[in-house]
Ligand binder design. Structure first.
Ligand SMILES: NC(=O)C1=CN([C@@H]2O[C@H](COP(=O)(O)OP(=O)(O)OC[C@H]3O[C@@H](n4cnc5c(N)ncnc54)[C@H](O)[C@@H]3O)[C@@H](O)[C@H]2O)C=CC1
Ligand SMILES: O=C(CO)COP(=O)(O)O
Length: 375
């Protein structure tokens, strides 16, 4: 059906009726854009929920795979034959209805639900390739923890970046979700931030909600998303204190001060945000899990202990996975520098400066002694 048919005359009316009437809408096709550690873990959930709800979802889930050769085999072929992402989630079997597709556009054509889950620095390029290639009534949900690298000095959320380029509605999903533990089906929670909670919330919840992955949907989407991004910066600070051997009291103080800076940062950019959101999984819970079990913490601890450059430590420890904290710290610092806010966020500022080699890790605590929280 051509786009003009869709909008005019009897055919247009019929099209509008069938495409907007929930109870008889065609099952939605889902594409997962990303197949890393989290992308693969979430594919295990989405592969099963799309099979469980055939009225709502097409059971075939396409997963865009950034092709690479692993032990002499194409990763996409290994996924489609052995149903295992041997590089980014080894040892976990993916549902057979999750199909690896290496052509980005082909993976998304006809999909009405796009699940973005790539390291945040790749989002802009991916979206630009998809312009004009997806249904105009598609919607997205971003599981990406970071802020846009594009607007140097000004805040742009990843969800805003996706919406700006693709002209579609974008919700977010953040939470205390270390991918390997989610892939083990360990009980945990997550928060969906959905501005159109009443209309879009129920379907998004169905896509992710399981016995061991418990979803709560809130409308305060920007707070949900910023919690997910900023906790990675705090996790770097936690890793520095672990590397310095400062113990749990200091780490707890860093976590608390990091949470306070997060609330102040959100309030600065989004006055009137809902304080309750920080008590959702996306807030305090994700901060805790990441500051004890995350990759950012691990990399930053090793950075202190080995004295090696951060990029080298990340490469050695993460085998192609990405620590999002240092890049997010830089993006946040540029925003604060532009508005002269560095002194109000000494922890965020110190993390950036330590990551850049402008400050020694041991100077972190000195930056916190006169924190605005203690004045
Ligand atoms: N791993 C985890 O435990 C969790 C991660 N997240 C977030 O999910 C997002 C995605 O992270 P992961 O899935 O863990 O990825 P990852 O950290 O495992 O990164 C590896 C992925 O990046 C892809 N990649 C590498 N170069 C690329 C390029 N030039 N273009 C496109 N893709 C490229 C690789 O193909 C691979 O799929 C991040 O924002 C992360 O913060 C959120 C919750 C948990
Ligand atoms: O987001 C995560 C847990 O919720 C994963 O954190 P890391 O990227 O630090 O591993």
């Amino acid at each position: 059906m051509s786009s003009t048919d869709e909008n005019t005359g009897v055919i247009g009316s019929i099209y509008r009726f069938f495409s907007t009437t929930p109870q008889i809408m065609a099952p939605k096709k889902v594409t997962i854009i990303g197949s890393g550690n989290w992308g693969s873990a979430i594919a295990r959930i989405v592969g099963n929920t799309t099979k469980a709800y055939p009225q709502e979802f097409d059971p075939e889930v396409r997963m865009w795979v950034f092709e690479e050769v692993v032990n002499g085999e194409k990763l996409s072929e290994v996924i489609n034959t052995r149903h295992e992402n041997v590089k980014y989630l080894p040892g976990k079997i993916l549902p057979t209805n999750v199909v690896a597709v290496t052509d980005l556009v082909e993976s998304c054509v006809g999909s009405h639900l796009l699940v973005f889950v790539v390291p945040h620095q790749f989002v802009k390029g991916i979206c630009e390739k998809l312009v004009g290639k997806i249904p105009t009534d598609a919607q997205a949900i971003s599981l990406i923890k970071g802020v846009s690298t594009e607007k140097k000095g000004g805040l742009k959320l990843i969800s805003e970046e996706i919406k700006e380029i693709l002209k579609i509605e974008v919700s977010v999903l953040m939470g205390a979700n270390l991918a390997p533990e989610v892939a083990n089906d360990n009980f945990c929670e997550a928060t969906i931030g959905c501005k159109r909670k009443a209309t879009d919330g129920p379907l998004l919840k169905k896509l992710f909600h399981t016995e061991n992955f418990r979803i709560n949907v809130v409308e305060d989407a920007h707070t949900v998303e910023l919690c997910g991004a900023l906790k990675n910066v705090v996790a770097c600070a936690a890793g520095f204190t672990d590397g310095l051997g400062y113990g749990d009291n200091t780490k707890a103080a860093v976590i608390r001060l990091g949470l306070m800076e997060t609330t102040k940062f959100v309030e600065h950019y989004y006055p009137g945000s809902n304080l309750q959101t920080f008590f959702e999984s996306c807030g305090i819970a994700d901060l805790i899990t990441t500051c004890y079990g995350g990759r950012n913490r691990k990399v930053c601890e090793a950075f202190v202990k080995t004295g090696k450059p951060l990029a080298e430590v990340e490469k050695e420890l993460l085998n192609g996975q990405s620590a999002q904290g240092p890049l997010t710290a830089e993006e946040v610092f540029l925003m604060m520098q532009k508005t002269g806010l560095e002194t109000k966020f000494p922890l965020f500022t110190a993390v950036h400066r330590i990551c850049k080699g402008e400050m020694k890790p041991a100077e972190l605590v000195d930056c916190l002694r006169n924190h605005p929280e203690h004045l």
